[in-house]
Structure formats: C-alpha cells, structure tokens
Design a protein around this ligand. Structure first.
Ligand code: UGA
Length: 468
C-alpha cells in the first residue's frame, strides 16, 4: 500500500521504516530540510536498535523522504500523522501541528484516503481532525479519520513495532478498519516473523498480536491510560522501595513476591530515580488536564507525579547522607539518558540530578554510551567533563553515581573500579549491582530499596573506610 507518514520524529521515523519493512511504499515527510537531507544521505538521526539496518534496507527504494506534504499525500492511500504534541504551559497537549497538517491535507485531497492519528493525543482529536478537514474544503466522502496509537519504547522501538503486544485501531468506519488491517496483515497473520530476513524479536515466543478495533475515542484513551498505568506501576514500586529502606526489607524480594502474581506481573516494577523521557511526564500531565476538562479530578495521577519527583529528591538525600558535604566534591556519573539503550535526554532524571549536584558545588565526570552530545546541549560544559568510558568517569572521584540503566554498566570490572575511585563509594540509582558483590569488593554501596550492608544513615564521613 502507498503510505505517507507526516513527521520524521522518533514515532514517524520508526513507523515509516517499519511500514516499508512490512512491504509498503512509504514517503516520510518532514518540513525540516536539514533532517530530510540527512535521511536521504542515509544518516540515522536517533540511536535506535535496528533502525540503521531498516534505513539501509529500504531507504531510496520502498522508503523515500520528502519535504513536500501535498505531493506525498496526493499519492497515498493512508496518511499517518506523527507530528509532535509538546506540552503547553498548562500541561495540555499542543495540537497546533496536527491542525496545520490536517489543513494541508484537506487542501489537496482528490481521492479516498484514510487519515490516521499516530501522535499521542487527547480524546476528541480524531473528531477535530475531521472537522478541520471539512472546514478546509475536503469532501466528506474522500476521507475517514482513525486513531492508531503506538506503544513503542525508545531503544526497542523497532522490535516493539514488529512484534507488538496488540495493535489498536480506533475507527467507526469499516472501510477504514479494513485498510488498516491490510497494512498490519503481515504482523497479525504472523507471516512477517517467518521471513528469512526478518528483524528478530527481542523476546522469543512472541505470537501474532490481536488487532483490537475500537471507536476513535476509546483508542485515544487507551494510549493515555496505558502510559498512566505504567507510570503508576513505577511510582508504586518506588513508594514500596522507600518503605523497604525504612524497615530494612529488600525491594528485590518484594518485587519477586508481588510480580509473580500474574495479575500484577513483573514488568515495570524496577525501582530507581523515577521515570523520565518524552512520554510519561508529558502524557501524565496531559491526561490529568484531559480528565479535568471532562469534569473528573484524577488525583491519583497527581500522586504518581509527586512520588516520581520525590524519588529524585530521595536519591539526592542519599548522596548527601553518604558524602556529608558536597561543595568541591568530584563525582563520577554513569548515565545521562533517561533510560538505557537511547541517546534521548529529554526529561531525564539523570540531567536534573546532575543540575542539583552542580548547583551544590560538585564537579561531575560523566559517561554515557550514547547521550553525551545531547546532554552537553542541556548541561553545557561548566563543572562537568564528558568522558569516554565508565572507568574514566570513576577515576579519582569521591564517589560514583549510577543514573541510567545501560546494560554495559552491569559488567563493569569491580576490582578495577575500586582501584580507580578515590573512595570506594557507589550510589546506585538503578540497582545495577548486587549488594553482596559490592560488599565483597569492599564498596560502600547504596542502592534503591535494598538493605545496605551498613545502613546509609550510619555512613558518617569519619566512619568511611579509607577516608582520612
Ligand atoms: C513509554 C511506553 O513504555 C511506551 O509503551 C509508549 O509508546 C511510549 O512511552 C510513548 O508514549 O511514546 P518510553 O518513554 O520509551 O516508552 O520508555 P519506558 O521504557 O516506558 O521508560 C520510561 C521511564 O520509566 C524511563 O525513565 C525508565 O527508566 C523508567 N522505568 C521504566 C523505571 O523507572 N522502572 C521501570 O520498571 C520501567
């Protein structure tokens, strides 16, 4: 099928490349000429596993890049809108980019197309797109509007797209549902995974996904409610981990005990320094605003956000408890991205923690496998050195802080780490190491919700081994 994807951000780019991988002819449209030019030259603008392979496989053939929206829409049978919906100062989603795309589509529409919302949007957005198109001269029989939310996680977006848990299609029109069903057919009938050259799933045994057809409003709500529920799980386990710390219980054991209940499940129960990224913080505020506008005071979401912010403060309190004073301290930092596997630093808890530490007078030596360039844009270079390895970050530091869950940090050489640190202190915001292994290697180790061999509160500077 001929598909046009408007917006070459993370959702548009991944969706466009994956539609091409499924066998469709895709035009990816963006009004940023620099980005389009880079994509045409084969440059992959984001750190996303398997995306460079897909761009190489299909770029210039089944996947072409264009700055001309009208032209690409003219040719397309399905138009996916994947432009940004940044938050306004009130926390609502700014839908002006979607509106202007709808206006442009309406201006040139000549034959029947489906217009599909992929951006994360409030309820009623599909209705608004329809109204805007009609107001701008599009004939009602030439289009239908659907909602088809994405559930991609950065870092695993390609495999999330090709091996989804479910595909949600929100439309009340049969012809529109049928067209979308055809687009996703290779996933729903399982044939994609049988292809010799398919991208492998990240977890084996993933069966074909159900295709869930709903009304547009339900589909729009499914997206917000899913993100809100996942964020709630994270805040829940973070709150549990705070209690574990107070009573001396171990959050890993508690997670195992509650997560093995299939009604609860193990996923998204990793405590840490709170969720970040371009989705959860923005979507929770927007969902809260949507609920308020509909007359429902969704205070649970406020509490989820409060616990999330508090988690960063708790981490900073741990740093202060272990190090006593911060002014003039040299701190190694592992991780700048909002989570492992991505170069994205938007709303990264690591960035906000580093900002606080710098304003308290610390000097930072930071390492991240992918996010240094993006972090430099936010944090600048004053009082922070960006280094190229974990050992360099730790070198001669008063303590090492772990702020992002990159897999490579788990396998760090602990013997060498102890040697290069000025003091053997590791404060781990992502529970990357085992408490026993850290004790065995002689570290003073503080993590989240797990019993420390020595209680954190007892770590006054004079008691720290090796500290004069
Ligand atoms: C999230 C959702 O997981 C996707 O389903 C959704 O499509 C996407 O938002 C979106 O709306 O576009 P993403 O923001 O890429 O995906 O990242 P997640 O893997 O969900 O992680 C979000 C944050 O929660 C990260 O900061 C991560 O470190 C944190 N997290 C995650 C935890 O602290 N604990 C966990 O157990 C899981």
């Amino acid at each position: 099928m001929r598909i046009s994807v408007i917006g070459s951000g993370y959702v548009g780019l991944v969706s466009g490349a994956c539609f091409a991988e499924l066998g469709h002819d895709v035009t990816l449209v963006d009004n940023d000429p620099v980005r389009i030019d880079a994509l045409r030259r084969g440059v992959c603008p984001i750190h996303e596993r398997y995306l460079p392979e897909l761009l190489e496989r299909h770029g210039g053939t089944r996947l072409v890049f264009s700055g001309d929206l009208a032209d690409s829409v003219d040719d397309a049978q399905a138009v996916f809108i994947a432009v940004g919906t940044p938050p306004t100062i009130n926390g609502e989603a700014d839908l002006s980019y979607i509106e202007s795309v709808a206006r442009e589509i309406a201006a040139g529409i000549k034959d029947y197309k489906i217009i599909v919302g992929k951006s994360t949007v409030p309820v009623y957005t599909s209705e608004w797109i329809r109204k805007v198109m009609l107001r701008n001269g599009a004939r009602a029989d030439l289009f239908d509007v659907a909602s088809n939310p994405e559930f991609l996680r950065e870092g695993t977006a390609v495999t999330d797209f090709l091996y989804p848990d479910r595909i949600v299609i929100g439309t009340s029109e049969r012809i529109c549902a049928d067209r979308l069903r055809r687009i996703y057919e290779p996933l729903v009938d399982g044939s994609y995974s049988q292809r010799a050259e398919c991208i492998p799933p990240c977890k084996p045994g993933t069966g074909p996904p159900p295709l869930i057809v709903t009304t547009p409003k339900s589909a729009e709500l499914i997206k917000y409610a899913s993100n809100a529920f996942l964020a709630m799980k994270i805040s829940f386990i973070n709150a549990v981990s705070a209690i574990c710390e107070s009573v001396g219980a171990d959050v890993d054991q508690v997670r195992e005990g509650i997560g093995s209940d299939s009604r609860i499940g193990r996923q998204f129960l990793n405590p840490g320094i709170g969720y970040g990224g371009s989705c959860f913080p923005k979507d929770l505020s927007a969902y809260r605003a949507v609920a308020r506008e509909c007359g429902y005071d969704f205070r649970l979401l406020e509490e989820v956000m409060r616990i999330n912010n508090e988690q960063r403060e708790r981490f900073l309190r741990k740093v202060r408890n272990v190090l006593w004073t911060l002014k003039g301290k040299r701190l190694g930092v592992l991780g700048l991205a909002f989570k492992g596997g991505t170069d994205d630093v938007r709303e990264s808890p690591a960035i906000s923690i580093i900002r606080s530490l710098i304003s308290d007078g610390c000097r930072i030596q930071a390492y991240d496998p992918a996010a240094v360039d993006n972090a430099r844009e936010l944090l600048g270079t004053e009082n922070i050195d960006y280094v190229t390895s974990a050992m360099e970050a730790a070198s001669n530091a008063d303590a090492l802080l772990v702020l992002t869950d990159w897999e490579e940090f788990r396998t760090i050489d602990l013997v060498r780490l102890r040697e290069v640190l000025r003091y053997p202190i590791v404060i781990d915001g992502r529970n990357m190491f085992s408490v026993a292994a850290m004790a065995e290697h002689g570290f003073i180790y503080s993590s989240v919700g797990r019993a420390d061999p020595e209680s954190v509160s007892s770590l006054r500077p004079k008691q720290v081994q090796g500290v004069p």
